[in-house]
Ligand binder design. Structure first.
Ligand code: SF4
Length: 354
């Protein structure tokens, strides 16, 4: 079964297009503070290595602009850059001047129509796109009261109001993001917005949680929306390293057949036949394969008897026995090696196929 994506109008963000028939973009946000230049350089490099396609950085105050400019001039952002702005429209104007590709604002907290118009006018002049919308935590109290405290209806009303404001200003180069920490609210709001307008949608479950529970919540929320053809870019928000967000994003997309990028690891659940510290071996293989861009299915199995057969559709696999390990290609065993050198031998075979 192939997912039929809903038609959205493509927008330009730096050198990539989001929406339309373009691939669903995986993005993340740096956790480093912008004045921690060394931390930022390292984090951005890692994100790009993991395949991140759009990076958002927080620009919280005036002094951040100096560091933002410095990092942009160093050309560390080899992928489009989004400045995350709240409350102060001047930070948006300065970030555009510094050379970002997109501004994320919540028009409701930027200080009125006139200030939004100034941001739009600057963005238009520099071909910079916008990401607009709200999170469930930042709904205008008046709107919330009007909708009798209903988060979903309030978020839809505010978002459509923002869309109308931008359209009034004849600005169309934007995507929409409406995120709630409740999975069900996120699904309902995004679906309703997608029914009403055709701007690209950014998906995310805000404040999803730590890596384990956050990835599950995000997968459920985004998975349901993506399976209905909704979503043009995603971020898996995790209380974890930003590269984990990128890895999780690609797993969600590839599990639905929406992107074929990187390694899809399948490993057996283990049973009474498994020997030794299998979890450790799996995490070692995971480490070796992280960052591989080629679309590959890699199997890691806990016994030699059933492993290769159970994973015969994997491009490359390894099955661990008591003392030996078998390395196999599409279910055909090509090598049997001692278990203590198995990871190295597997790595060599992986290099051959990438
Ligand atoms: Fe058990 Fe072997 Fe199947 Fe893993 S591959 S679940 S160890 S039978």
């Amino acid at each position: 079964m192939e997912i039929k994506r809903r038609k959205t109008r493509p927008i330009q963000v730096g050198n990539i297009k989001i929406g339309g028939n373009n691939p669903i973009v995986v993005q993340s946000m740096t956790k480093s503070k912008i004045d921690d230049l060394e931390g930022m350089r390292k984090e951005v490099k890692e994100l790009i290595k993991h395949g991140c396609e759009l990076i958002r950085v927080a620009v919280p105050d005036k002094k951040s602009i100096y560091f933002l400019k410095k990092l942009i001039n160093e050309k560390i952002f080899k992928i489009p850059l989004v400045a995350d702005i709240h409350f102060d429209y001047r930070l948006a104007l300065d970030s555009i001047d510094a050379g970002v590709d997109c501004i994320r604002i919540n028009p409701g907290n930027i200080g009125g129509r006139e200030k939004v118009a100034w941001v739009i006018s600057k963005a238009r002049s520099k071909n910079v796109s916008l990401r607009v919308g709200i999170n469930s935590g930042s709904i205008d109290k008046k709107v919330l009261r009007k909708n009798k405290g209903d988060i979903k209806d309030s978020m839809i009303e505010s978002t459509i109001e923002y869309v109308k404001l931008l359209e009034d200003l004849k600005f169309y180069n934007f995507k929409i993001s409406t995120k709630a920490s409740s999975v069900l609210d996120t699904i309902n709001v995004c679906e309703a917005i997608s029914d009403k307008v055709d701007y690209p949608l950014h998906l995310g479950v805000t404040e999803a949680g730590p890596a384990f529970s956050g990835s599950i919540k995000s997968s459920v929320g985004m998975g349901i929306l993506l399976s209905r053809g909704i979503g043009d870019t995603i971020r898996v928000s995790l209380t974890a390293k930003s590269v984990d967000e990128v890895d999780a994003g690609f797993v969600i997309l590839s599990s639905l057949g929406l992107r074929k990028v990187g390694v899809n690891i399948v490993s057996c659940p283990t049973c009474g036949r498994t020997s030794g510290d299998f979890y450790k071996l799996v995490s070692e293989v995971e480490k070796i394969t992280s960052g591989v861009k080629k679309n590959l299915k890699i199997a890691i199995m806990g016994c030699i008897v059933n492993g290769p057969g159970e994973a015969k559709d994997a491009d490359l696999g390894i099955a661990f026995g008591n003392k030996k390990a078998a390395i196999f290609l599409k279910g055909r065993v090509i090598k049997r090696v001692d278990k203590n050198i198995a990871i190295g031998a597997f790595e060599k075979e992986l290099e051959k196929i990438i």
